[in-house]
Design a binder for this molecule. Structure first.
Ligand SMILES: [Zn+2]
Length: 132
């Protein structure tokens, strides 16, 4: 019997340990530091993924809040612009009202002058009739 009889190298990647055939499964699934390292690495990867997901979930509401804030600012700017436009429109309407009032006064003056002219024409007619 050779001294290595019943012995073999553990099958886990990175592990060159010589173990007995009887202990092989126990070593490869439980004892081997390389499988433990693999488990820790996998767990670390899972934790990293979870944390990245959590960061994304935390960042999403922040992004949404930032978008809402931007939209509110836009709405405020539009409302301010709308107020300015309404103010300008109000001022234009006031100017139109003033011009219409002036026009009305001029029309009234013209009417008064026409009445005067009519009276003068009537007087002239009366005088001319007295000459005939
Ligand atoms: Zn091992």
């Amino acid at each position: 019997m050779s001294p290595n009889a019943g012995l073999l190298n553990a099958g886990n990647q990175g592990c060159g340990e010589t173990i007995s055939k009887r202990d092989r499964t126990h070593h490869e699934s439980e004892l081997c530091q390389f499988i433990k390292l693999k488990r820790v690495t996998t767990a670390c990867g899972e934790i990293s993924t979870m944390m990245a997901d959590m960061e994304t979930e935390i960042a999403n509401p922040n992004t949404k809040m930032a978008n809402i804030n931007t939209n509110q600012t836009d709405v405020r700017t539009k409302m301010a612009n709308s107020n300015t436009n309404q103010l300008h429109m109000g001022m234009k309407l006031a100017n139109i009202n003033t011009k219409m009032a002036h026009t009305e006064t001029k029309l009234e003056n013209m009417e008064a002058k026409m009445v005067n002219t009519e009276t003068k024409l009537e007087n002239m007619n009366t005088k001319m009739a007295s000459f005939i």
